[in-house]
Design a protein around this ligand. Structure first.
Ligand code: NAD
Length: 363
């Protein structure tokens, strides 16, 4: 079956790692037509935005996209291409698996967990009031008059909205994902003991949803600080974690650190009609055009995309090749080489690493 996928190469190292990813995916024999759509800081002059409307429409039309990283222009007022795409397409799930790979120098060799982060609410909603502004002053007056507490007059304020509907759909996604992937437990992570009306609501909804999966998927909840300690001490205790936006952001990077860092961390932003797959790392501008960046994260994101498209065999073959090449430790990019030997001597480039993966799949 032929799949049409929107390819957003992005900027910085994006185009090179995407090229390597496309070559590896095509080597599986899967029938994919890439429809390239632009995004990136280099479009500012022509379009006045790093994310043209035509790119959003292309993703909406095809329903599946894979995206290279994009630089967030500083001082333009544009928050980020990722945030804008998530908002425009209501991609409410940020899915980030963290699993051990050989040869990465990671602290643990048996991690296999999945972060399900809520992507649209919480302190990331972008509702902020600048210190000294008239709006901040009015809000401070309102809070004082309500009797809820006192905010110092020289405060800046960020709002943390968490809704029943937003919590319900993310927790349900986590449980459905656990059922589909044969995973045994979902952990809801929160700080409900302190933030009773936002995290407390999230936890209450999580318990209600969990009751509907009783007997199929186990459920527990953890306070976020204790959860972080537990993850560092014994990541094997965790399976699927579901978190509000801010904790999800922080804990998913912590989990990437458990398995070898951002260079090998895949991810996806998923909504009801669309899924955008992308590496977790940024555009690494200092490495752009040097053919030395590690394409593993975007290649593993492509594995998630292939699974989403039902191409399980192709995804499994790529994953096996990544394990094989990293495990042998001979044909690896500079970042992995440095972990292995303390020096970048003997590292191979982006495309040579992709060649090694393709040879591994063919052999
Ligand atoms: P970064 O992830 O680009 O780089 C952090 C460090 O990791 C750097 O030392 C970089 O060289 C290295 N690195 C990252 N990816 C690598 C790879 N594939 N192979 C080898 N080394 C790699 O983070 P940053 O420097 O904070 O951000 C740079 C730009 O990227 C910023 O404009 C930021 O806004 C943007 N960004 C975009 C995304 C995205 O599009 N998904 C995500 C994060 C950051």
């Amino acid at each position: 079956m032929k799949h049409i996928v929107t390819l957003i190469p992005g900027d910085g190292i994006g185009p090179e790692i995407c090229q390597a990813m496309c070559r590896v995916v095509e080597a599986t024999g899967v029938d994919i037509e890439w429809e390239t759509a632009p995004a990136g800081a280099h479009l500012m002059d022509e379009y006045g935005t790093p994310l043209p409307q035509s790119t959003i429409e292309a993703v909406a039309k095809n329903g599946v996209a894979i995206k290279g990283p994009v630089t967030t222009p500083v001082g333009t007022g544009f928050r980020s291409v990722n945030v804008a795409l998530r908002k425009a397409l209501d991609l409410y799930v940020n899915l980030r698996p963290a699993f051990s790979l050989p040869g990465t120098g990671a602290r643990y060799s048996d991690v296999d967990l999945v972060i399900v982060r809520e992507n649209t609410e919480d302190l990331y909603a972008g509702i902020e009031f600048e210190q000294g502004s008239e709006q901040a002053a009015r809000l401070i007056d309102f809070v004082g008059a309500s009797g809820a507490g006192v905010i110092k007059p020289d405060s800046g304020i960020s709002i943390k909205p968490i809704s029943i509907s937003g919590s319900e759909r993310i927790v349900r996604y986590a449980f459905d994902y656990a059922v589909k992937q044969g995973r045994g437990k979902v952990t809801a992570v929160h700080k409900a003991n302190i933030m009773k009306h936002s995290d407390g609501l999230f936890l209450r909804v999580a318990r209600d949803v969990a009751a509907q999966y009783e007997g199929r998927v186990a459920f527990e909840d953890r306070i976020v600080d204790a959860c972080c300690m537990g993850l560092v001490q014994n990541p094997g205790n965790f399976d699927v974690l579901v978190l509000p936006n801010l904790y999800g952001d922080i804990v998913s990077d912590l989990c990437a650190g458990l398995v070898g860092g951002l260079g090998i961390a895949p991810g996806a932003n998923i909504g009801d009609g669309c899924a955008v797959f992308e590496a977790v790392h940024g555009s690494a501008p200092l490495h752009a055009g040097k053919d030395d960046a590690n394409p593993t994260a975007i290649i593993l994101s492509a594995c998630m995309m292939l699974q989403h498209l039902g191409e399980m065999d192709a995804a499994a073959r790529i994953l096996a090749a990544v394990r094989d090449v990293l495990g042998r430790g001979e044909q690896v990019t500079y970042d992995i080489r440095r972990i292995q030997t303390g020096s970048v001597e003997g590292a191979v480039g982006t495309q040579a690493y992709a060649d090694a993966l393709i040879r591994s799949m063919e052999g």
